[in-house]
Design a protein. Structure first.
Lengths: 219, 196
């Protein structure tokens, strides 16, 4: 979707301020949001693409107003309600609906340690023929999907060269909407900065953007 | 607490709302609080930029390791015991006198957790995500780091599940230093590309 999250190239966002000796979490609640999202993910009701899309669905003014963990929290509530893990009434009351059976948490401490150590790979060991090869000129397609996509607006319609083939990965545009993994090749595509931004960019500079097969077309 | 996140307001009731949600999820048997503690403790105390500094210092000290790191980052980083969540597929990009690399995630906040830990606020902020791709030299200059016009700046936008780590240039005059001493010189910001 053409949301405010897709902010590469926007002006007027202000200076980058690096906080010296920044703590990992500024507030206890941020740490709890971080951990709750992972623990609830163990129910297998969503995937990483769906979680990203849930954040993108926050209205633009609110998205820019909220801090990172506040956005994560707001989106997380919507996702849990959407998949039926909790109801809005339960969230409002902070108590389970009466008569609800108590579940057994899937993420035990041992499984949390294993999740951290192993992660959740999104590469897929399936034979998929790559549509492009390293060194080939390609164009990022001009598409404007209303749903989730990882094709940034600033590169649509631009031409670059395939720099490397990362292998086969789950496709976010379908996976985020629970429409299947549609595994396909992901490439690092090199774009000359001037081909993306015009003459204001340095002639020496380049952008490397990871793009799925379905985002690309031959030139 | 009145903490200000890059000029974004945090409504004061978040602490209460999150506490209430956690107690609901525990009551429903959906989460185990001991698992939450494992997650928080790991990223607060165990997994952070010292891991990446170890990788960089090893690459500076051992040219065979550096070659393995650039060719297959996952297994080379795995040799030192690092890997896992949000670093399932890592790539290391090398700074040289001719090339400077900068990593960003314009669409959200993708970052190589096993080697750098969780991303700092500025990395996830609109100013960084917006500007890194269109004006990397201006951004770096504002941070006090000017790049010569004859150096190529490569910006890596983490749009997929590949996570990038910058291998900074080894500082001059460090010839006799041990790997442990070298690791002390490596900063998080250098491994993202916003510092030397």
């Amino acid at each position: 979707m053409n949301g405010v999250h897709d902010m590469g190239g926007m002006h007027g966002m202000g200076p980058v301020v690096i906080e010296p000796n920044e703590p990992v979490f500024h507030e206890v609640w941020e740490a709890r949001v971080f951990a709750l999202r992972r623990a609830m993910g163990a129910w297998g009701k969503w995937n990483i693409d769906a979680t990203r899309h849930s954040v993108e669905l926050i209205p633009p003014a609110e998205y820019l107003e909220l801090s990172y963990y506040a956005r994560q929290f707001v989106a997380f509530l919507e996702l849990m309600v959407q998949v039926g893990l909790v109801t809005r009434a339960e969230i409002e009351r902070g108590l389970p609906a009466s008569g609800a059976a108590k579940a057994t948490p899937p993420l035990t401490p041992a499984k949390a340690a294993s999740l951290i150590a192993k992660g959740v790979p999104t590469s897929r060991d399936v034979a998929v023929v790559p549509r492009f090869r390293v060194g080939q000129r390609v164009r990022a397609r001009t598409i404007n999907p209303i749903g989730h996509t990882r094709l940034p607006r600033y590169v649509r319609g631009r031409t670059g060269v395939v720099d490397r083939d990362h292998g086969v990965f789950v496709f976010p545009d379908t996976n985020a909407h629970f429409l299947g993994e549609k595994p396909q090749h992901v490439y690092s595509v090199r774009f000359a900065a001037r081909d993306v931004w015009g003459d204001q960019a340095s002639p020496n500079d380049s952008l490397y953007i990871d793009l799925w097969d379905d985002y690309l077309e031959s030139t | 607490m009145g903490h200000d996140h890059d000029h974004q307001a945090v409504p004061s009731d978040f602490a209460l709302r999150v506490k209430s949600l956690e107690s609901l999820l525990v009551e429903k048997g959906l989460v185990d609080q001991r698992a939450l503690d494992v997650l928080v403790d790991s990223y607060e105390h165990k997994i952070g930029p010292r891991n990446g500094a170890h990788v960089v210092a090893r690459a500076w000290s051992d040219s065979a390791y550096k070659q393995r790191l650039l060719a297959d980052a996952d297994s080379a980083i795995g040799e030192l015991g690092y890997g896992g969540m949000q670093g399932e597929h890592m790539v290391v990009v090398e700074n040289t006198p001719r090339v400077h690399n900068l990593v960003v995630c314009t669409l959200c906040s993708c970052y190589p957790w096993p080697v750098l830990g969780l991303p700092p606020v500025w990395y996830k902020s609109a100013p960084y995500r917006a500007r890194a791709v269109i004006d990397p030299r201006g951004l770096l200059k504002d941070l006090g780091f000017e790049i010569s016009p004859d150096v190529e700046v490569r910006v890596w936008d983490s749009t997929a599940e590949i996570r990038y780590l910058v291998l900074p240039e080894r500082p001059a005059g460090t010839g006799g230093m041990s790997e442990e001493a070298l690791a002390e010189l490596v900063t998080r910001d250098a491994m993202v590309g916003v510092a030397r």
